[in-house]
Design a protein around this ligand. Structure first.
Ligand code: TYD
Ligand code: MG
Length: 455
C-alpha cells in the first residue's frame, strides 16, 4: 500500500501543494485548492501489466482499419468529431449544468445501432426514462443503469457488452478503493483512468460527462484532459435556444469545427443552415450593423455584427464592451479606427456584439466590426445588399483571410449582391460583385460611410 499524505490539489489543473493557498500557482485560478489524500489507491490506477502487446512495427505496416469513426446519425456531432465515434475512444463532454449534455448523449445512444449503456450517476432511472420518452429515445438496445459506484458500473459493462457507454457524470461516480471523497480530484482522475483502460482493452467507446463549475466543490474537468482522447465543449446561453459544440482536443481529427444545435421541446435539433437562422431577425436600414461571411472550420456562416456608440463621460476612459466577440480585439480595432481612419471613437463608448448569441473569434470579422462602428458613429446604415470580410492590420491596411471563395458563395446564396474584401483577396463566385479595398479608409468610402457614396 502506498504511503498516505495530505496535500492540497487544484481542482482545475490537478497540481498539488503541501500547503493551502488562495491561488493555484500553476493555472492561476483562485479558490480551487482542495484537500486530497495523496497515495490512496495509487497502486490501483497504475497501468495494467503488459500482456502480449505488439512490439514496434514499421509505420507502413500499421493497419488503418481500426480507428475509423462510425457515424452517429447526428450530423452536427459527426461534423465536430470528424466523421463519428471511434471504437475504444474516450470523449469528455464538458459544459455548465443545464446546457443539455444529458439530452445530447441520450439522443446519441438512442440513434446508435448496436447495444449501448447509459450510466446515470445523477438522476434516477425513472427520471432518465421520462426524459427518454420526451426525446423518443426508448430503444430496445439501450441499457440504463442508475449507479454511482464504479465497480458496479464496470460489472454492468461486462454484463451488457455495449459498443458505446455514457457516464453521466464523471464527477459523481466514485471508486471506494480510491480512498478520497467522491468528486475529489483523485477520485475523478482515478475513475477516468480505469474507464479509459476498459475502453482500450475492450474497444468500447466511452463518453464522460464533466461539469464545469467555477466555485469549487466538484473537480474541474481540466485534470481529465490528459487521459481522454477527445474533449468536447458544449456552450451556449441558457436563455437562448442556440447551443454550440466544439472540440478543444481531438486525437482523431481537426479541432476547429463547430456544431450547432437548437434546444427544442423534443430535445436538441441540429442547425444545418445557421446563416439563414442568424440573419432571420435582421432589420435592414439600421445604423451600426454589418454582415460578415465568417468561417468556422470548413463551414461558412454569415452573421450580423452590431455596434452602438454613445458619447463617453469627459475625463473618464471610454468603454469598449464586446459580446460574442473578443474584447481585446475590439479595443485594438477601435484604436486603428481612431488613428488610421480618423473617426471619433476616442470620445465614444463602443458596444459591439454578434447577433444571435454566437461566439466568434476570427480575423475575417475585423472589417465588419470596424464598419458597424463607423456606421453607428455616422448614424447612417450600410447598404442592405453589402457583406464584408477581411482582417484589419495595425496600419489600417486590409489583409486577406482564408477561404475567400467559400465566403463569397455563402454570401451570394443568402442574396447579397456585393462584398467588400481586402484588395488582394482571391476571386470567387461570379454571382456576386467583389469590391476591393486596400485600407480601412477605402472600405469606409466604398460603403458610403465617409459622407458621399462611392457605390
Ligand atoms: P440537460 O440535458 O439535463 O442538461 P445537462 O445534462 O447539461 O445538465 O438539459 C437541461 C435543460 O434542457 C433543462 O433546462 C430542460 C431543457 N430541455 C428542453 O428544453 N427540451 C428537452 O427535450 C429536454 C430533454 C430538456
Ligand atoms: Mg445532466
Amino acid at each position: 500500500m502506498a504511503k498516505l499524505k495530505l496535500v492540497y490539489a487544484c481542482s482545475e489543473c490537478g497540481t498539488s501543494y503541501p500547503k493551502w493557498s488562495g491561488q493555484c500557482g500553476s493555472c492561476g485560478d483562485w479558490n480551487t485548492l482542495v484537500e486530497e489524500v495523496e497515495g490512496a489507491g495509487d497502486d490501483l490506477v497504475a497501468p495494467p501489466p503488459p500482456t502480449n502487446r505488439p512490439g514496434p512495427t514499421l509505420i507502413g505496416n500499421v493497419g488503418t482499419e481500426a480507428g475509423r469513426p462510425t457515424p452517429t446519425q447526428i450530423p452536427e456531432l459527426d461534423r465536430v468529431l470528424g466523421g463519428g465515434i471511434v471504437p475504444g475512444a474516450v470523449t469528455l463532454l464538458g459544459g455548465e449544468p443545464g446546457i443539455g449534455k444529458s439530452t445530447l448523449l441520450l439522443q446519441l445512444l438512442a440513434s446508435w445501432d448496436g447495444p449501448t449503456l447509459y450510466v446515470s450517476a445523477e438522476e434516477s432511472a425513472q427520471q432518465v426514462r421520462l426524459r427518454a420518452e420526451r426525446l423518443d429515445a426508448v430503444r430496445p438496445q439501450l441499457w440504463l443503469h442508475a449507479e454511482t459506484s464504479l465497480p458496479h458500473v464496470l460489472e454492468s459493462i461486462e454484463q451488457t457488452k455495449p459498443e458505446l457507454v455514457v457516464i453521466d457524470s464523471i464527477q459523481t461516480v466514485f471508486d471506494p478503493a480510491l480512498g478520497s471523497l467522491p468528486g475529489s480530484v483523485g477520485q475523478v482522475r482515478g475513475c477516468a483512468q480505469r474507464l479509459v483502460n476498459v475502453a482500450k482493452e475492450r474497444d468500447i467507446a466511452i463518453v464522460l460527462v464533466g461539469h464545469v463549475t467555477k466555485d469549487g466543490g466538484l473537480a474541474g474537468p481540466r485534470v481529465l484532459e490528459h487521459v481522454v482522447d477527445t474533449v468536447l465543449q458544449f456552450e451556449g446561453d441558457k436563455h437562448h435556444a442556440l447551443r454550440l459544440l466544439r472540440a478543444s482536443k481531438h486525437r482523431f481529427g481537426p479541432t476547429n469545427e463547430l456544431g450547432l444545435f437548437e434546444m427544442a421541446g423534443s430535445g436538441l435539433i441540429g442547425v444545418p443552415d445557421p446563416s439563414t437562422m442568424f440573419l432571420s431577425d435582421r432589420r435592414t436600414g439600421i445604423p451600426g450593423s454589418a454582415v460578415v461571411p465568417t468561417m468556422e472550420g470548413q463551414r461558412p456562416i454569415v452573421v450580423e455584427v452590431q455596434a452602438l456608440t454613445s458619447p463617453g463621460v469627459p475625463g473618464v476612459p471610454s468603454r469598449r464592451s464586446a459580446l460574442g466577440l473578443d474584447g481585446a480585439r475590439l479595443s485594438m480595432l477601435m484604436a486603428v479606427l481612431g488613428r488610421r481612419a480618423r473617426l471619433p471613437v476616442g470620445e465614444n463608448d463602443v458596444y459591439a456584439s454578434t447577433a444571435g448569441g454566437v461566439k466568434l473569434v476570427e480575423p475575417g470579422l475585423d472589417l465588419g466590426v470596424c464598419l458597424a462602428v463607423a456606421s453607428a458613429l455616422r448614424n447612417q446604415p450600410m447598404p442592405a445588399d453589402v457583406a464584408v470580410f477581411g482582417e484589419v492590420g495595425l496600419g489600417g491596411e486590409l489583409r486577406q483571410v482564408g477561404q475567400a471563395a467559400r465566403r463569397l458563395t455563402e454570401a451570394a446564396r443568402l442574396g447579397f449582391s456585393r462584398v467588400v474584401v481586402p484588395a488582394n483577396s482571391p476571386d470567387g463566385d461570379d454571382n456576386i460583385r467583389v469590391i476591393r479595398a486596400k485600407t480601412l479608409s477605402e472600405a469606409i468610402a466604398a460603403v458610403g460611410l465617409n459622407g458621399d457614396s462611392a457605390l
